[in-house]
Design a protein around this ligand. Sequence first.
Ligand code: NAD
Length: 348
Amino acid sequence: MAALWDFPDFDDHEDVHLFRDPESGLTAVIAIHSTHLGPAGGGVRFWHYADKNAAIIDSLRLSRGMSYKNAMAGLAMGGGKGVILAGADKIKSPAIIAAFARSIDRLGGRYVTAQDVGMSAQDMIDLHAVTPFVSGLPPKAGGAGGDPGPSTAKGVFLGVQAAAKRALGASDMKGVRVAIQGVGSVGGGLARYLAEAGAILTLADVDQGRARHLAKSLGAAVVDAHCIMTVEADIFSPCALGAILDETSIADLRVKAVAGGANNQLARPDHGRELQARGILYAPDYVINAGGIINVATEYLGDGGTTEVDAKIAGIPSRLSSIWDESTATGLPPSDVADRMARSLIGR
Ligand code: NAD
């Protein structure tokens, strides 16, 4: 069996911590990819993995992604990720949360946690009762923080607008056709912004009732979840799962651009080149979906309130434009350009 250092996803991470608390039943990993720009910020997920190495690999990949995301968002934060290994029953006890909080605390602020899959806003409050190294707490009036979804949706909307301008020459969203995969917190918020701006929407969600309900209120069309990636539109906006862009799905796309909020949209890094080969503009996921982390990092770092958060989110389109400019100049796909920019910002 390969040693951790030899895992393909090990990217000279600064440190990887394995925690076990027999009394509560906690088994957890905190991977710190980089603290070059500040404390390693990144959410904690509570997830049932097939085996423990799968959890470690997830933490390695996701923490590197957070380094890139935070750096490209101009935040004074490095990248880290927490993973709590859930049992098959996925029962999350107060004792597990408290034990994870003590684990974070032992790292003395090198890792700052936030909400991710399987964790709730209340979990953040409970963690914070034990350790100060928590972001995404309920905001005070006019303050940053709280649920990152709406801020992510706002940033993705601005990024979709930028993609429409770049790929279609559209000066606004009136009549631009956008197909959205997943209408939860991010995709639902995005759909509302786009409808308000006059876009023509096609929505899909595995929760068909949710898609239909939203479509009715916005005057949008609905298709089955398995059809959304082949809908003819101007922009495809993935806002559900990761790893949805592979050889087969890219070949079937009938759009000019892919711009959405889902994390890790490319099944493999080289799929960025396949999008480019098909003439489809790609908005690198961790650049366009940084609104939520901008919100909670601003809260944690005490860098301002909602006005400052909005000002930073407003920078997302210009970051995308500089990536696309560099892509045109070098011939590299936007995903590779973004990775290069991010790595240079974190001194790699
Ligand atoms: P959510 O759970 O609120 O919404 C996801 C929606 O996608 C749900 O309605 C779900 O039913 C639907 N869905 C799941 N599988 C689907 C499929 N195969 N086809 C169509 N719909 C499907 O989650 P969210 O917070 O909106 O996050 C969506 C994506 O954005 C995730 O990839 C997440 O990692 C990423 N993201 C979220 C944030 C945030 O602030 N919430 C920030 C950055 C990235």
